[in-house]
Design a protein around this ligand. Sequence first.
Ligand code: HPA
Length: 235
Amino acid sequence: MATPHINAEKGDFAPAVLMPGDPKRAERMANLLMPDAKVVSDVRGIKAFTGEVDGKPLSIMASGMGQPSLAIYVTELFTEFDVERVIRVGTCGGLSDVVKIGDVVIANGAHYEGVINTHLIPETHFSAVASHNLVQAAWEAAEGDPGVVVAPVISRDRFYDVPREVDEAAARVGTAGAEMEAGALYGLAARHGKQALAVLTVSDHLTVDSVDMTAEERETNFQKALKLAVAAALS
Ligand code: HPA
């Protein structure tokens, strides 16, 4: 049955969902991967697509920005639409010097700001970690590419007004990047007995002065992240 934010029927979603932040990117990904996909939901301009890749069912739907927005969609997908795994495909700001702009981070864990996971899982000192089988599938699909790293990120509830020393402190403990969704995604997967992963392209760098990617580089690096995310989704 339809939920407040997803006007689809049970059975309209594949067990695996790829989830970028941006609804326009979701549409581009769907056009690229499964041109015959059906639009199964369109509440608030967040279209969800379901089709097949290599004969396997797949859905694509955006999360919007930030942990609260992602949590609304992912909770409804896990509890009402029988979705078993969600793979976020997005960007992060680089933090540690193990990554440079254009690299892809397979986020094996997500430190997090905010209270979503404390509310979801109050009885333990919860660590937001990715599903190992999905990390492994994405890592194998990278085939030794030196521009792909497995490392934790930090999921913040703010984009602006983060002091540089806060970024540097996160980098010192091996945090590869900052983004705004993975922590809640991993918490929701744990809470509902499901699987989750985030595959993130480093779009800018927060502690190392560097030059932004060209449009062409962005596209190439996005394709790389997408390949790893699809491999994890269909594994
Ligand atoms: N913070 C900083 N830079 C970023 C982010 C973020 O959440 N996402 C992509 N670049």
